[in-house]
Design a protein around this ligand. Structure first.
Ligand SMILES: [Zn+2]
Length: 126
């Protein structure tokens, strides 16, 4: 891990965090996520194996390659350095996870590590 990234202090939260008003994009994302959860109610009645494999594949593409490998380990913590085309491909997979653009996510996540377990933590669960 690059020590210079961890040692820099950020006094204020990233611009994208802590907005007082919701943008149209925020409302659109919230609607899509709400709709996905409503549709999950019907999932047990529509089950088939091919759909399950599509879900697993989408989880691996967006969650594993996009969020965990790209946004978190590669872009936020610089844990490894992939080929440039692969870095862009994995970052695009992260965009498909509806977690926002890579720059805002990385900014918010680095701030999270500086203020973890405090009231300022943007990824706090309570
Ligand atoms: Zn982290």
């Amino acid at each position: 891990m690059d020590a210079s990234i961890e040692s820099r202090e950020v006094e204020k939260p990233p611009i994208s965090f802590g907005k007082e008003e919701w943008t149209e994009i925020d409302k659109g994302k919230t609607f899509i996520i709400f709709l996905l959860h409503v549709l999950c109610i019907f999932a047990p009645f529509q089950f088939n194996w091919s759909t399950l494999w599509v879900v697993v594949a989408l989880y691996v593409i967006t969650g594993l390659f996009g969020m965990s490998l790209s946004y978190h380990r590669n872009l936020s913590h610089k844990s490894f350095k992939p080929l440039k085309w692969l870095e862009y491909l994995f970052a695009y997979c992260g965009v498909l996870a509806l977690e926002g653009n890579p720059i805002d996510w990385v900014s918010m996540h680095r701030y999270h590590h500086q203020v973890a377990d405090t009231e300022k933590d943007p990824q706090r669960l309570d």
